[in-house]
Write a protein that binds this ligand. Structure first.
Ligand code: ADP
Ligand code: MG
Length: 407
């Protein structure tokens, strides 16, 4: 079977981690599998070759580097990782070859900095696999038809891995990271968070879209479309982590797809805007949202009432959003430093009283809900950023997620 393994930044940052990486490669090789290994840049912000370090480096010159050249620089972190891993494998007597994203056949459009994959030609990888080589691919990058180097944006290496997994196709895509799998919440916020043994593509996609950065939502979508199973697992243990697959396959394997609450996710850095007016709500709604859309500002938590409109934007977009409102002579109340907390569950639909339990838990913890919204699989609440961690902890306890059977 072909396996795609993806190792994130923290899995490659030092000699100790890289020994664990080698262990996973050796083990799967010994099982007779053919391996494509996608690597991220080493380490996190501050470490020499991390993507954020490279970004900070460019920012020192007042961000004067054009997007095309920025992508050339940003793609280097993954190339260093790929070459490093290739050398370690060869030293161990495991034949390996390193490829850029473009060389690996990942074709993208030309939107530098956030390019989309348009096509994957896996012929070259398949040739190397035939020669029994481990193919190490620099993640987070591709190339346009003209050979211009592009990067895929945040979480791009996850996307590289599932796109290759879908194209080859691979039997499984293993996303190795610094946690034991997909947990019921971010363990940095909720220490009681528990790993889930199996989740459906839809559930994890939903968690990822709502901020769970353990895997990128676009990566999940690509895997889902191709039906390639994904495992999110720890570089530093032998645990199998979380299997992500189709809901019916989860059910066949005895897993749950109808949990009322699967997990929690969060996004910080949200600004709430309340626009009040006498002009009648429809006019405000139209003008406000048209102005936001024209400026490319995405809005969330939209709430239209006879008194005006209430919505949120990112803290980054807030100054521009406020300026636009002022230009239209609307008076707005601005509350920055908010956080969106999402309660996600495939079986929430039709289950009565979920919202009541959320309100009850947050009220008991003295946390004001600034706004809320819901869909059939998610309830969102907006809280002050200072209340975010206590809110996550209160909700985690209220839904018994620390006790939840992990299947
Ligand atoms: P990598 O460098 O391996 O891509 P990331 O930092 O992108 O790693 O993703 C792993 C991190 O995601 C974890 O360290 C954890 O803090 C965070 N995370 C957020 N939500 C979750 C969740 N529900 N389950 C597991 N990890 C989560
Ligand atoms: Mg990541």
């Amino acid at each position: 079977m072909i396996i795609v393994q993806k190792f994130g930044g923290t899995s490659l940052s030092d000699e100790y981690s890289r020994q664990h990486v080698l262990r996973h490669i050796r083990r799967e090789k010994a099982e007779g599998h053919r391996l494509v290994v996608v690597v991220s840049a080493m380490g996190r912000r501050g470490e020499p070759y991390a993507t954020d370090t490279l970004l900070d480096w460019i920012a020192q010159n007042g961000n004067s580097l054009p997007d095309r050249e920025k992508d050339l620089l940003l793609s280097c972190g993954e190339l260093i990782s790929a070459a490093t891993l290739c050398s370690l494998l060869n030293r161990e007597g495991i034949p390996a070859v390193a490829l850029t994203g473009g060389q690996a056949g990942i074709r993208t459009d030309a939107r530098f900095g956030f390019a989309r994959i348009v096509d994957v030609n896996s012929a070259r990888i398949l040739e190397y696999l035939e020669e029994d080589k481990v193919v190490v691919v620099a993640g987070f990058q591709g190339a346009t038809e003209d050979g211009e180097v592009t990067t895929l944006g945040r979480g791009g290496s996850d996307t590289s891995a599932t796109a290759l997994g879908a194209a080859l196709p691979a039997g499984i895509v293993d996303i190795y990271t610094d946690v034991d799998g997909i947990l019921t919440a971010d363990p940095r916020m909720v220490s009681e968070a528990r790993p889930l043994a199996m989740v459906s593509y839809e559930e994890i996609c939903n968690m990822a879209y709502n901020g769970a950065k353990v895997i990128h939502p676009r990566a999940v979508e690509i895997a889902m479309r191709a039906g390639v199973p994904v495992r999110v697992r720890s570089t530093f243990s032998e645990g199998l982590g979380t299997l992500v697959t189709h809901a019916d396959s989860v059910r066949r394997q005895g897993g749950w797809t109808d949990r009322t609450v699967t997990g929690l996710a969060h996004v910080k850095g949200v600004t709430q805007l309340a626009v009040e007016t006498d002009n009648g709500p429809s006019d405000v709604q139209l003008r406000v949202f048209r102005a936001m859309a024209l400026s490319g500002i995405s809005v969330d938590f939209i709430n239209v009432t006879p008194a005006g409109v209430l919505y949120t934007v990112t803290d980054q977009d807030a100054p521009q959003a406020v300026r636009l409102l002022e230009e239209m002579r609307f008076s707005a109340r601005v509350r920055s430093g908010c956080a969106k907390v999402s309660v996600i569950g495939g079986g929430m639909n039709g289950e009565p009283g979920v919202m009541a339990r959320i309100v009850e838990a947050l009220t008991a913890a003295n946390i004001p809900i600034l706004q809320s919204a819901d869909s059939n699989t998610t309830i969102w609440v907006l809280v002050a950023e200072d209340d975010m961690v206590p809110a996550l902890q209160a909700l985690h306890a209220a839904f018994g997620l620390h006790l939840a059977p992990t299947r």
